[in-house]
Design a binder for this molecule. Sequence first.
Ligand code: ADP
Ligand code: MG
Ligand code: MG
Length: 339
Amino acid sequence: SPRLYGQGAPCLRGPEVSAALEENPMRIGIFGEAEDPQCLAVAREAAALGADALLFDSGALAAGRPLSLLDGRMFYLGEPVDGLRGFYLRTVPSPYVPAMERDDTLVLYEDWFTTFAQTRERAAYVLSWLLQLEHQGATLVNGPHAASMLQYKPFQLHVLRSLGACVPRTLISNDPAAIRAFHAEMKDVIYKPVLGGALTRPLDAEALERLGTVTASPVIFQERVSGEDLRVMLVGEDIVSCVAIETPEPHLDFRSDPAYRAGQATYREVALPEPVQRFCREAARACGLRLAGIDLKHQGDRFVFLELNSSPIYLDVELKLGHAISRAIARRVVEAARP
Ligand code: ADP
Ligand code: MG
Ligand code: MG
């Protein structure tokens, strides 16, 4: 039966967990939100492989629960955590807080700095611990460096380009003149943020009107690539799933489709040519990713890479098509934990 510690609140009940760990040395760590369905799915698959999963609630510090690093030894909710060699990192603690919330409303003009500073300190603490685990030889899927730093699209495009993979013509700039020249040459241009967090939009007449605002921070401008949207799930060296995302209506960004947003997207399996598979593996490796959700545009025999995601959401595909993604992740993590 699956044994998962740390699910729900209160998280770890100390003595229980210590006893269980003595009993079963094969244990993996999972770092994420307490009720995250992907965390639970990976924990279940790990249990099926004979491993106990310790769920570290990424919200524990924010909730004021006790964590202590005593001379380098982690005490999570008062209990020592030793010998973790495999780890699924679902949530990347971010030192950058995009918006401040209190009681579910945005707090933009009040005392945001205190929250910001505390969040940054908490992220630094957790990231240090995760880096320490990696330094001690644990395998993190994904490692905190790869998960946070290398998720930058401009760097990923560089990696893909240098491998010889097909990427869209791209300008990343805060220079209105350069952007106008790019637009004049490419005609059909889209734009999206460097770090993410917004839908892709067309560089149309109305957007060109507002081009002056771009001096504040650079934006990604790309040739608009036609074709269907593919999502590739790569775990280690294995392509575990490759699907086309189908929405009732065509969209520039499929996430703006109401059916998709309502969880009604459908998926169709797509076979990737060997050279494209190789680009996936090599790009992930170059970005330090052991797990990646890779986005491509596909039309005919043209496969154009858009980005690699270090903590992809995949459960919908797993449930609808029966692709064993959680199992592949669990296997990769448990492999590392095997004594
Ligand atoms: P995000 O991190 O926001 O998912 P993506 O680069 O994957 O960033 O862009 C989101 C979606 O927008 C893509 O899945 C695709 O549907 C659309 N998109 C992004 N770039 C282009 C492009 N150059 N041409 C056509 N569609 C694009
Ligand atoms: Mg994407
Ligand atoms: Mg992304």
